[in-house]
Design a protein around this ligand. Structure first.
Ligand code: FMN
Length: 357
């Protein structure tokens, strides 16, 4: 198979310029293994692991999901498991929204400790991806020998990440799944704007799910893509069957944005997502009256109950995040089949385009 080689492949020492996005509430351990084995970069997700530390920010039954281990032990075991199951490079995602900072600092400490304890971990766990918050306090990531990737929703935030020293910037458009910005700037505008505004290599996220969209990201000035929603619908992904089916069945208009765990999120449309949006809209008068809506118990209750329903396989009331590209996904390949399909299609798309010259 021919390769699509970009600067991202050199920076991360990966074969294909594709990152798996961090995706709570799961550890995404199986997915990370499969993605790294396929020559792209798999990522362990920490947001769900933090649930017992900050229940108000991550309203889910972490014990039901991960067992009784404390968060640092869950992370330690997950790093060990991924290192053993792949020779590839992988990363860890930590959200750095204000609520998560204490947990994320602990996860970074665990990443550093695991790398110090094992030369295999040091060789393979090369990347920390920070997201959903201020990059400034996280430059220390690089002092530990890690490649530092930061996720941004705007040119303003990209410039801030560059100033803080990020090695790679992920420009995350509004069509993406889960955490999004309130400002609805989509990848078609965001990715080229960020690529023009910073010298740091840029990765596109939000809506990328196949070879045509990877080729488009390259044409827009990116060095690769980060995909979330597409990786949910793969054989190896850690997601519940009901979630995988929803990604496959839904059309492009069947996602909704509403108030989420820490800021707005894009949900896969079902009754629960509609209830969350209704509650989000009901909060608007309180917001304009200057009343505190930061800790909204009504939304948290819907989300807590939605996670339980997810585990019970209740499609209509399960809490599920997903991007608009649910409308472009209709199969359940293995990760390796998917990555190979994407690269093959991206190469032929780019060749066809140059044939127009
Ligand atoms: C189910 C789900 C959970 C996510 N959780 C996280 C997370 O914990 N941390 C994070 O940085 N991004 C998270 N994201 C965003 C992804 O990492 C990625 O940037 C996004 O999915 C890209 O857009 P796409 O869904 O169109 O591929 C999540 C996305 C989804 C779909």
């Amino acid at each position: 198979m021919s390769l699509l080689h970009t600067e991202l492949c050199d920076i991360l020492e990966i074969k294909h310029p594709i990152l798996q996005g961090g995706m709570g509430p799961y550890k995404t351990e199986s997915l990370a293994i499969a993605v790294s084995n396929a020559g792209a970069m798999g990522v362990i997700s920490s947001i769900g692991m933090a649930a017992t530390l900050i229940p108000e920010a991550a309203p889910l039954d972490a014990v039901r999901l991960f067992g009784n281990d404390p968060p640092m032990v869950i992370m330690e075991k997950s790093i060990e498991a991924v290192t053993k199951a792949t020779d590839g490079v992988f990363g860890v995602n930590v959200p750095v929204a204000a609520e998560f900072i204490p947990a994320s600092k602990m996860f970074l400490e665990q990443v550093v400790a695991s790398r110090e304890a094992s030369s295999d971990v040091e060789r393979q766990l090369r990347v920390l991806i920070t997201s959903a918050g201020n990059p400034e306090p996280w430059a220390e990531v690089k002092k530990h020998g890690l490649v530092w990737i930061h996720v941004v929703p705007s040119v303003y935030h990209a410039k801030k990440a560059e100033k803080s020293g990020a090695d790679v910037i992920v420009a995350s458009g509004h069509e993406g799944g889960a955490h999004v910005s309130w400002d609805p700037v989509h990848s078609m505008v965001l990715v080229p704007a960020v690529a023009k505004a910073v010298k740091t290599p840029v990765v596109g996220a939000g809506g990328f799910c196949d070879g045509a969209s990877l080729a488009a990201a390259i044409c827009l000035g990116a060095v690769g893509v980060q995909m979330g929603t597409r990786f949910i619908a793969t054989k190896e992904s850690d997601f519940e069957p009901v979630w995988k089916e929803a990604v496959i069945k839904r059309e492009e208009r069947q996602t909704l944005t509403g108030r989420g765990l820490f800021g707005p999120m894009r949900f896969i449309r079902n009754r629960r997502a509609e209830e969350i949006v209704e509650q989000t809209l009901a909060d608007i008068p309180r917001f304009y009256l200057g009343e505190p809506v930061e800790s909204n118990e009504a939304v948290l209750d819907l989300e807590r109950d939605g996670f339980d329903n997810l585990m019970d396989g209740k499609e209509d009331t399960a809490l599920m995040f997903g991007g608009e590209c649910v409308g472009r996904i209709d199969d359940l390949p293995t990760v390796k089949e998917l990555v190979n399909m994407i690269i093959t299609e991206a190469l032929s798309t780019l060749k066809n385009v140059t044939g127009l010259l």
